[in-house]
Design a protein around this ligand. Structure first.
Ligand SMILES: Cc1ncc(COP(=O)(O)O)c(C=O)c1O
Length: 388
């Protein structure tokens, strides 16, 4: 073998049978081969297991998909390049011209954009109401055939909680699929409800470290199998290196979620007692408008705490800028704490009435609580609230 040949066919160093790596390696290979065309064709027809081309599937990403499916209590999953991508691909795979989507004012901004701007261009219709408007939801579903209901719980940033059992029952009674963006609640919650598909941003709690992006759609195998060909041709399967990092992050997922939720609860209680604060939005507070529903539906209230400053938007901006331990940026669910000022939480596509229904006030600030020392976080919040 000449050297140019050697560098393209390097020596085999795979561990011998019975000598397994404790951590699965990153399969950083685009192509997988069988010895024969017949074997390759059998695998491509789904008659035997295996891999052929990274864009369709690869062992590292597949390990993550199967882990996530089990965490959410379903049997299959498709992992994608970002949370937004998993939402876009899911909606594209499920709809066609003339279909109708019911979704909510409280939906994450880019998802609203996918439905209102992108899908509209292809003749997919929609109705947007408030997640709190149960009568409106019933009326819409009774009035027109609906392909799917897309919702979030808790919602961003006001942490409104959807009545999942009722919403799913209504969707199914009217022949619609129930699809939840479960990013805020995490993989260990809501699995007991008859939700058809769960979408997640893996960029948040799954990785935890805020250094990698990913998304996932999780559901029953038959539905995921129906969607798989569309996902494959859209070509945004999660890269194996990102999948490895996210799989690594999941090792500490439960500990992080529990500890960060504990800290979020204490911070929400602290803010609720502060004279500068008009209102705290946190599902773990007894004062949450849907406290009974939270108790029924959630085992942990999550790590996002929003609140309204009495002094309004400029005070909220100053507060956000004064914080030293909270990074002034997007995202949530990382080990470092984050803050979003009201000026950064845009809803430019809303009418004034829709802004009112969203519950976002001029002085609304969103905090994502990390893993820092709780006392340090509270001291930082207190110094930033001292307006001077
Ligand atoms: C509820 C929710 N869904 C989806 C996303 C999008 O995730 P990604 O940033 O991974 O595209 C976000 C991001 O903030 C989010 O908060």
């Amino acid at each position: 073998m000449k050297k140019p040949t050697l560098v393209n066919h390097p020596p085999e160093t795979a561990p011998p049978q019975g000598n397994q790596p404790v951590i699965a390696p990153i399969y950083q290979s685009v192509k997988y081969e069988f010895e024969t065309v017949a074997e390759t064709l059998r695998m491509l027809r789904g008659e035997t297991p295996g891999y052929f081309y990274m864009r369709a599937s690869n062992p590292t990403t597949r390990q993550l998909e199967l882990t996530l499916a089990q965490l959410q209590g379903r049997d299959d999953c498709l992992a994608t390049a970002s949370g937004v991508n998993s939402i876009a691909q899911t909606l594209i795979a499920l709809t066609k011209t003339g279909d109708h989507i019911l979704f909510f004012i409280e939906t994450y901004g880019p998802t609203r954009n996918i439905i209102r701007r992108l899908l509209s261009r292809f003749g997919v219709e929609h109705t947007m109401v408030s997640i709190e408007d149960m009568a409106g939801i019933e009326n819409v579903l009774a009035a027109r055939p609906t392909r799917l209901v897309f919702f979030e719980s808790p919602t961003n940033p006001i942490t409104k909680v959807a009545d999942i059992e009722r919403l799913v029952e209504l969707a199914h009674r009217h022949g619609a699929l129930a699809v939840i963006d479960n990013t805020f609640a995490g993989f260990h919650q809501h699995g007991e409800y008859d939700i058809d598909l769960f979408v997640h941003s893996l960029t948040k709690y799954a990785s935890g470290t805020g250094d990698v992006m990913g998304g996932a759609v999780i559901g029953k195998r038959a539905l995921i199998d129906d969607m798989r060909p569309d996902f494959a041709v859209l070509g945004a399967l999660l890269d194996p290196h990102a999948a490895f990092l996210i799989q690594r992050g999941l090792k500490t997922y439960f500990v992080r979620y529990r500890e960060q939720t504990r800290a979020a609860q204490s911070i929400a209680e602290h803010l609720a007692a502060h004279p500068a604060v008009a209102k705290v939005h946190y599902p773990g507070l007894a004062s949450h408008p849907q406290a009974a529903l939270v108790k029924k539906q959630m085992s942990e209230a999550g790590t996002v705490v929003s609140f309204d400053l009495k002094a309004g938007s400029e005070a909220a901006r100053r507060f956000s800028e004064r914080l030293r331990l909270f990074a002034l940026t997007a995202s949530l669910g990382s080990t470092e704490s984050l803050v979003m000022a009201p000026q950064l939480m845009g809803s430019r596509d809303f009418t004034p009435e829709q802004v009112r229904q969203s519950g976002v006030a001029p002085g609304t600030v969103r905090l994502s609580i990390g893993l820092e020392d709780l006392g340090d976080l509270i001291s930082d919040i207190d110094q930033a609230l001292t307006d001077g």
